[in-house]
Design a protein around this ligand. Structure first.
Ligand code: PLP
Length: 404
C-alpha cells in the first residue's frame, strides 16, 4: 500500500505564455530581487550554494535529469532562511538609523561599522518561527547588533531552539501552533514597541515580509546563473509552509525565464496543506489543528497574503504527502545510487524528492505532473541537518558520516 499523497491541478494557473504582469510586479519585482542580491552577496561569508546533479537517481525515477539546490551551507545557518530574515533585519535597522539621524541612505557596511551603535542597540526585533526563520532573524540581529526575542510553539524541537539561542536571542514558548505564535509575537511587539520581522504577511503588514521574500530570491537568481548554459528545467518542486519561499522562486523564475519558466509544483504535508486547500477553494483558506508533521518548516496553516498573490496564478499543481515520503527522501539522499553524491537533507529539505517518490507510487500523480523520460526536474534542497539529533535518528548516521 503506498503512503498517502494527493495532487490538484490548479484551474486558475496562468497560461505558460502569460507575462509576469503589473500586478505581480507590484508585489515582487526584478528591482527588489536585484537590491536583495546586491546586499546579501556583500555580507561576510557569502558564496552561492551548490546546484547538484543526481543522474542515477533521475534514471531510477524515469526522468532525464534531477537537480538539487543544496542550501545546507548557507552562511553556516543550515538553510535558505538565512537569506530572508537577516536581510529584513538589515532593512529595519537601516530605516531606524535613517530616521534617527535624518540621513537619506545608510549602507550595510555603515551598519556593521559600529557608527550607529546607539540607535541599533536600542532596537528589538521579534518573530514567530518553527526554527529556521527565527534562526535567521537572530543571526541578523547578532550581526548588526540589536536585541532579539523569538517565539516558538510547543512542538519546536530543543535542537532548533538551541540553534536560535546560540545567536544571543531570547527564545520564548507560546501555547498552540505556529499560527498562534505569529499572533502572539504581533501583539507583544505592539505592546513593547518592538519590530516584528515575520516571513508571513497579513492585512496591513507587507513591507517586511516582502524584504524576506526578495531575500529568498537570491537562491533562484543563483540557480538561473548556474543553469545559464542549459535550458531551464521542465519542472520545479517548491515546498511551502506559508508560501514565501515558493512564491519568491516562482516570481524570480517568471521574471528571468519568462515563457520558458518550468511547470511550478508546490509540495506540502497532508497535515498542513494550506496552499493546496486554497487553490482548491480559489481563495486563501486556513487549515486548523496541530499541523503535526515531521516537515517542521512546513507546519503552517495559513498562506501568506503576499505569497498568495503570486501562487494563485503561478502554481500549476499542488501536492500533499505523508511524512513517510519526507523521511524516505532524507534516507535516499543520504545513501545515493551509484556515483551520485551523498546529500544531507533535513526533514523539510528533501520534500521535493518526497513528491517524486509519491509520483513513483501513484501513477495518477505522475501523469498529472507530466513526468516522463524527457523531464528535467529541479528540487529546492531548502535545509540540511538543522536539527542534527533528529537527522541522525531518521537516517541512522550523522551528517559527517553521510558525507565521509
Ligand atoms: C527548510 C525550510 N524549507 C521550506 C520552508 C517553507 O518556507 P515558507 O514558509 O516560506 O513557505 C521552511 C519554512 O520555515 C523551511 O524552514
Amino acid at each position: 500500500m503506498p503512503h498517502n499523497a494527493y495532487a490538484f491541478t490548479n484551474p486558475y494557473a496562468d497560461a505558460p505564455d502569460s507575462s509576469y504582469g503589473v500586478h505581480r510586479e507590484s508585489v515582487m519585482s526584478q528591482a527588489g530581487f536585484d537590491a536583495a542580491f546586491a546586499e546579501i552577496s556583500s555580507w561576510p561569508g557569502y558564496s552561492p550554494t551548490p546546484l547538484v546533479s543526481l543522474p542515477e537517481l533521475a534514471q531510477a525515477l524515469g526522468i532525464a535529469e534531477l537537480l538539487y539546490k543544496d542550501e545546507r551551507g548557507r552562511f553556516g545557518l543550515g538553510s535558505f532562511k538565512a537569506l530572508g530574515g537577516a536581510y529584513a533585519v538589515a532593512n529595519v535597522l537601516r530605516l531606524e538609523v535613517q530616521r534617527a539621524h535624518e540621513i537619506a541612505q545608510v549602507s550595510s557596511k555603515q551598519l556593521l561599522s559600529g557608527a550607529f551603535k546607539e540607535v541599533i542597540g536600542a532596537a528589538t526585533v521579534t518573530c514567530a518561527t518553527d526554527g529556521n526563520h527565527g534562526r535567521s532573524v537572530a543571526w541578523g540581529a547578532r550581526l548588526f547588533g540589536c536585541h532579539c526575542v523569538i517565539y516558538v510553539h510547543e512542538t519546536v524541537s530543543q535542537g532548533r531552539r538551541d540553534a536560535i539561542a546560540q545567536y544571543g536571542a531570547e527564545v520564548r514558548e507560546v501555547k498552540g501552533n505556529y499560527d498562534d505564535a505569529v499572533r502572539f509575537a504581533a501583539t507583544t511587539a505592539a505592546e513593547q514597541g518592538w519590530t516584528v520581522v515575520s516571513d508571513t504577511s497579513y492585512p496591513g503588514y507587507r513591507d517586511i515580509p516582502l524584504d524576506v521574500m526578495h531575500g529568498y530570491g537570491v537562491m533562484a537568481s543563483e540557480i538561473v546563473t548556474q543553469m545559464s548554459n542549459a535550458p531551464p528545467p521542465t519542472h520545479v518542486f517548491a515546498q511551502a509552509g506559508v508560501g514565501a519561499l515558493a512564491s519568491a522562486v516562482c516570481a524570480n523564475f517568471w521574471l528571468q525565464w519568462g515563457t520558458q519558466r518550468p511547470l511550478f509544483v508546490v509540495t506540502e504535508p497532508t497535515q498542513a496543506d494550506c496552499v493546496y486547500k486554497s487553490l482548491q477553494a480559489g481563495q486563501r483558506s486556513v487549515v486548523h489543528g496541530t499541523l503535526d508533521t515531521v516537515m517542521a518548516g512546513l507546519a503552517c496553516g495559513e498562506v501568506s497574503e503576499l505569497a498568495w498573490e503570486i501562487l494563485q496564478g503561478g502554481t500549476n499543481i499542488a501536492i500533499a504527502l505523508d511524512d513517510a515520503y519526507a523521511l524516505e527522501a532524507m534516507r535516499i539522499l543520504a545513501k545515493p545510487l551509484g556515483r551520485d553524491p551523498a546529500i544531507v537533507a533535513g526533514e523539510t529539505g528533501g520534500v521535493g524528492l518526497a513528491a517524486l517518490l509519491a509520483a513513483r507510487d501513484h501513477p495518477g500523480i505522475r501523469q498529472q505532473l507530466g513526468l516522463n523520460a524527457r523531464a528535467r526536474v529541479l528540487l529546492l534542497g531548502s535545509e540540511g541537518d538543522t536539527d542534527p539529533l533528529i537527522y541522525q535518528q531518521v537516517v541512522g548516521k550523522t551528517a559527517l558520516e553521510v558525507l565521509a
